[in-house]
Design a binder for this molecule. Sequence first.
Ligand code: SAH
Ligand code: SF4
Length: 376
Amino acid sequence: MSERKDLVGLSREELAAEMADIGEKPFRAKQLWHWIYNQGVTDFQAMTTLARPLREKLAERYVVRRPETSRVQTSVDGTRKWLLRFADGNEAETVYIPEDDRGAVCVSSQVGCTLTCRFCHTGTQLLVRNLTAAEIVGQFMTARDSYEEWPSPSDGGRLISNIVLMGMGEPLFNYDNVSKALKIIMDGEGIAVSKRRITLSTSGVVPMIRRCGEELGVNLAVSLHATTDEIRDRIMPINKKYPLAELMAALRDYPTNNARRITFEYIMLKGINDSAADARRLVKLVEGIPAKFNLIPFNKWPGSEFECSDMRDIKRFSDMLFDAGYSAPVRQSRGSDILAACGQLKSDSERIRCSRQKARLEDGIPDEHQQPAPAA
Ligand code: SAH
Ligand code: SF4
């Protein structure tokens, strides 16, 4: 028998087409959707609204798969990290960050990242490939399994209320799969997380920002980290392709309002981007954009070349933004004891096989249309 097909990650239309292919009525797709994404069921035998012969027919042809969990670690602060292994042996990390009465699942969009931001551990990973829609949705479903949060809560979430695309990879370099996954996740009859509770973080892939706003309408976070092209070029190679002026112009067009601001993420790097002059330039830079800031103390990882700014300088920076009328909290570093904090994620996939990928990307800037090399 040929390998059974995974139903996770198919759009509603694709699921309906599968049912048509096996001679079933379209409403079967609706029932399946409910079982898979609302109830979180992976075993066809538990899908009790389907007659037994149909359940058997489905089980012969299909599976409802989760990525395999290679390792789970829980931090002293409650942050939980899963190392997930996909069918081809590649791995990526997913993190759950609890807050008082809710929490966010931080999802990866790629194995590794083709960009090479100097402060980011993920950027040092050699093997890179895009995750499929099934693998992206599967990360979130694994977190729900782990906290037993099925069926999908109708109030938008108990423990797991939010999703942030802030794990490994650049989501806007994997737009098609990310967008397909988010449409599945947002579907009101399934997982049903609303776009207001989803935040996509990008390093600034200018041509894709507009599409993201028009087609997905999720909250946008931008990894800014510098206030001059000179510094940003040095620490984030993507800036050479899409410099600050172009990035800011794209952000001015992003659908926002006062309640839905763009979050600017800003890592505090000692002596690099943390001066009073930087804070003043930052305020000027975002003029006209409904903005809020997230100041991220730099998280160290083995071999990293930067130091985190002194607390005194972070405080001054935050106060200056606040005085200019912006919210600028200093983000608490969560899960750093298990290397689950921002910028610390990295899987061991590169050991499976190190491709020539990075050599080809010597200047660190992949063309936006270039797909990462397929995993070997
Ligand atoms: N590629 C996207 C999504 C990843 S989000 C992006 O860069 O936005 C990961 C966030 O953690 C980004 O804001 C990134 O800049 C930040 N980050 C990376 N390395 C970090 C480090 N060592 N300490 C703190 N934050 C880091
Ligand atoms: Fe990639 Fe984001 Fe890390 Fe830069 S910060 S290397 S874009 S994951």
